[in-house]
Design a protein around this ligand. Structure first.
Ligand code: AMP
Length: 283
């Protein structure tokens, strides 16, 4: 079988030259690599809606805390390139740290209230790193549409806020979570799980789906929905929850009762691996 080849650039100059030759509308799929079906689904949405698709692969150091897994974060560029070629992506951009944060770098973007709770509280500085790198990616690529996963629900809310507040001329598309058959949300970090932890990790989606079932059955009390999720997680000995939340999907404020759309979300350690997951409740 003939191997598919994808055009790849690393510097911003080469990126701009390559993009000048691509048709519009242009879609951008920002990733940190080690791609799985969740990332590829974003490329598929982009392919449907755009004339050309650029994928960035960059493990952005400024969104990792000092005790987080930056050095251990899984990487396999060759495999990523061949998966992206298979999806028909037009260009992959793999910037270097030296180019994204050259000596003397000192400009940061901070989104306030939307970034404070949940992930923002557990990972101080995370969304400052995310907002800054996403703004830089947008300035380099100038996409018409940028594709993000519902998997990182607060990230999507923060980026929508950023785009609105700073008038970026880009549409933000948020695409559904891709899951394993047993419910576990796909994540590059799932490779950290040993077989026993992998089995235990299903507790996140189990808890979320149970709370969603209760909601479908008429439960509207935010505390009760949080209790249902916490109760199921507490039955799994390998699980240590950091937060369980029932919040407004745009502001991330906790809800006393659900009267319009709501976001159920959680961060749970399974062994040493921190997993996040969520579902949207629609009224
Ligand atoms: P990451 O490489 O983890 O930064 O993810 C890159 C993009 O893929 C983000 O917009 C994520 O929300 C999205 N993504 C990650 N996992 C999934 C998944 N299971 N389903 C859909 N999108 C995902």
């Amino acid at each position: 079988m003939q191997e598919l080849i994808i055009s790849q650039v690393d510097t911003i100059n080469k990126l701009r030259q390559a993009i000048a030759n691509l048709p519009r509308p242009l879609g951008l799929v920002p990733t940190m690599g080690y791609l799985h079906e969740g990332h590829l689904s974003l490329v598929q949405y982009a392919k449907k809606e755009c004339a050309a698709v650029v994928v960035s692969i960059y493990v952005n150091p400024t969104q990792f805390g000092p005790k987080e897994d930056l050095d251990a974060y899984p990487r396999d560029l060759e495999r990523d390139f061949s998966l992206l070629a298979g999806e028909g992506a037009d260009l992959v951009w793999t910037p270097s740290n030296e180019e994204m944060y050259p000596d003397g770098y000192q400009t940061w973007i901070e989104v306030n209230e939307t970034a404070y709770p949940l992930e923002g509280r557990m990972r101080p500085g995370h969304f400052r790193g995310v907002a800054t790198i996403v703004a830089k990616l947008f300035n380099c690529v100038h996409p018409d549409v940028a594709y993000f996963g519902q998997k990182d629900a607060q990230q999507a809310a923060v980026i929508k806020r950023l785009v609105k507040d700073l008038n970026f001329p880009v549409k933000i598309a948020v695409c559904p979570i891709v899951r394993e058959p047993d419910g576990l949300a796909l994540s590059s970090r799932n490779v950290y799980l040993n077989p026993e932890e992998r089995k235990a990790a299903v507790v996140l989606s189990k808890a979320l789906f149970s709370a969603r079932d209760a909601f479908t059955g008429g439960e509207r009390n935010g505390n009760r929905l949080r209790e249902i999720m916490a109760g199921i997680i507490s039955e799994e000995p390998l699980a240590r929850p950091q937060y369980v939340s029932c919040a407004d999907p745009d502001t991330l404020e906790e809800l006393e009762s659900v009267s319009s759309d709501a976001l159920l979300s959680m961060a749970v350690f399974i062994g040493n691996t921190r997993l996040i997951d969520n579902v949207i409740l629609r009224v």
